[in-house]
Write a protein that binds this ligand. Structure first.
Ligand SMILES: Cc1ncc(COP(=O)(O)O)c(C=O)c1O
Length: 381
């Protein structure tokens, strides 16, 4: 497949009709915890991000019934949880006057953030320039190109992920009107989940009479685990909050880049500044092959076509539950869907290895806990 050619964005932002007053929630009710919903370029888009359903996934593990709760974040606008962060961070930058139409947004990303920044940035009338390691999936590259963004691939020799971050900084230093979301350092990334994802989880669990005992999420920037963790602990101080990392590349446990892995979107070679491990419980490690097998089975057996980090998160949630009791409420995230992995090992036969957890998991089915504020279409029929 040919790489997408850099294309200068040319489409002006779409004029959006104002929302009716009763459909326009106040800031605190906004899906991503931001006033982005009130910004002209983002008003309609904000209705397509957040307020995702929660799945209560039923399993049998080593003969015992288990249930894990997972937010269906692949249902966001561009198919990943990163839409929440992009909408919040860029909306806040517009509000503060740091970002205006015509500016360039430059970000280093392992893909999903790039795609989300493209979608939100284009709606704001901005140009987007994405710096991405060259070993990530071709689908990510093509999608970024499809939004009319410029894509700069960074090889391992050029520094990989850290090299990509350095290139965004060099661009901002040499050009006026370049805005850097800086997802690895920006606490607004954490806020997006503390104000959006976390409160949604609490509301959905409460709607069925439950409270969380633990939360598990793979760490890319750490925005999800830190932000959701903050919201859950504010309501239930004893909640365990576990960051998750690939067993093949345990950067969180060791503090530096080690090995390589196939769980795209997490463990990007360093511990991000916003990921404050001292505030979290112990990292959970999942083998990338195990994560692939679990994600494949979610598609084949339940019809849930999710990405590799979602398989990892489900296994990690079961490991966290192992440390509590079988009935404890453990929540995790289905971060993205499987379409960005068509060219990866997710679509190939994956060998079973000793020590994997997925072969011990029998998937039984799931119930849907409707998104807060969303009409339950099935019940209203
Ligand atoms: C597929 C996938 N899973 C998990 C994550 C981790 O999310 P966070 O950056 O909030 O830690 C990302 C982040 O890009 C991702 O793309």
């Amino acid at each position: 497949m040919a790489l997408p050619q850099p294309v200068a964005p040319s489409t002006p932002p779409l004029a959006r009709p104002p929302r009716p007053a009763d459909a326009n929630p106040p800031a605190s009710d906004s899906p991503c915890g931001t006033r982005a919903a009130a910004l002209p370029g983002l008003a309609a888009m904000a209705g397509l991000v957040g307020r995702t359903p929660m799945l209560a996934l039923d399993m049998r593990v080593r003969g015992r019934r288990r249930r894990v709760h997972a937010k269906a974040e692949y249902l966001n606008l561009t198919g990943s949880i990163k839409d929440r962060m992009a909408l919040h961070v860029l909306g806040q930058a517009v509000e503060r006057g740091e970002l205006r139409p015509g500016d360039t947004i430059a970000e280093a990303t392992s893909g999903n953030t790039g795609i989300s920044v493209c979608a939100v940035g284009r709606a704001l009338g901005c140009e987007v320039e994405i710096f991405m390691p060259d070993w990530l999936s071709r689908e990510r590259m093509a999608l970024i190109g499809s939004f009319g963004a410029r894509l700069r691939l960074v090889s391992r020799e050029e520094g990989g992920f850290l090299g990509a971050i350095g290139l965004t900084q060099a661009l901002a230093a040499s050009h006026p009107r370049v805005y850097l979301p800086r997802q690895f350092d920006n606490t607004a990334n954490v806020d997006a989940h503390a104000l959006g994802t976390g409160p949604e989880i609490l509301a959905q669990l409460a709607s069925v009479g439950l409270a969380p005992r633990a939360f598990v999420a793979g760490v890319g920037t750490g925005g999800t685990v830190m932000g959701v963790g903050r919201a859950l602990r504010a309501a239930h101080p004893g909640v365990r909050v576990h960051p998750l990392e690939p067993a093949e590349s345990p950067t969180l446990s060791t503090g530096h880049k080690v090995g390589s892995h196939r769980i795209q979107g997490i463990s990007d070679e360093f511990v991000p500044a916003i990921c404050r491990l001292a505030e979290l419980d112990a990292p959970i490690a999942v083998h990338d092959g195990d994560a692939i097998l679990m994600a494949q089975r979610l598609a084949r057996e339940l019809g849930l076509g999710v990405g590799i980090s979602s398989g990892a998160n489900l296994l990690g949630a079961l490991m966290a539950q192992d440390r509590l009791d079988d009935d404890s409420v453990v929540v995790t995230i289905l971060c993205d869907d499987n379409k960005k992995y068509l060219s990866t090992d997710l679509m190939r036969d994956e060998p079973l290895r000793a020590g994997y957890l997925s072969p011990q998991v029998e998937l039984l089915g799931y119930e849907v806990i409707a998104a807060p504020g969303k009409v339950d279409a099935a019940r209203s029929l």
